[in-house]
Design a protein around this ligand. Structure first.
Ligand code: F6R
Ligand code: ZN
Length: 183
């Protein structure tokens, strides 16, 4: 498979050399409850791969001042008319910011502030996105090929998935007449 490769780890700090890249994958079954069309979701193979994340975490989780780097590979598809997407989260340390940038394929970055206002940004190879502190973030693949993006976030950000799992985002990215709409 020809997906974008993780950068070569190239550091002069001897303590970092040889650290592993952490790889996690999410199947459809890990995304239960996040899509609007629960019946369409149940009809799909639950072991279908939805996305993979490769991360380089050179500091211990929670270290103030450190940075993490990751690439997410989000596969194309739809659940009903809703585009395949990541779970989405606030950071546990809610004021911690993050950069996302597009690598291959295309998608939309869905953002929600603390007042539940939602907006979205078009992500494409070379686009750069700043996610301010306090803003929940989720990516959707709006294309028909693999959508890959990179991320850089503070090592003391942490992840708050519970808030999104319970209350979702206040808008969804749906395909209407062949094009994505925030509804
Ligand atoms: C890290 C970050 C990304 C996501 C990844 C998967 O703070 O925002 O690396 O973790 O794109 O999405 P989630 O974590 O929402 O399943
Ligand atoms: Zn994040």
């Amino acid at each position: 498979n020809n997906k974008i490769v993780f950068p070569e780890l190239f550091f002069t700090d001897k303590n970092l050399v040889g650290r592993d890249v952490l790889k996690i994958s999410r199947n459809l079954s890990d995304l239960k409850g996040i899509f609007a069309d629960a019946e369409a979701f149940e009809r799909m193979p639950q072991n279908q791969l939805a996305y993979e994340v490769s991360s380089f975490l050179p500091e211990k989780e929670g270290t103030p001042g450190g940075l993490y780097f990751g690439i997410t590979y989000l596969y194309p598809g739809k659940v009903g008319n809703e585009y395949m997407m990541t779970k989405g989260h606030y950071h546990a340390n809610v004021d911690r910011a993050e950069f996302y940038w597009g690598l291959e394929g295309e998608g939309m970055l869905i953002l929600m502030d603390g007042q539940r206002n939602v907006w979205a940004e078009h992500v494409f190879p070379g686009s750069l996105h700043y996610i301010p502190g306090g803003v929940a973030h989720r990516m959707a693949n709006t294309g028909s090929s693999l959508f890959s993006f990179a991320a850089c976030w503070p090592s003391d950000a942490g992840h708050n998935y519970a808030e999104i799992a319970e209350n979702g985002f206040s808008a969804r990215l749906m395909e209407v007449n062949g094009v994505p709409h925030l509804i």
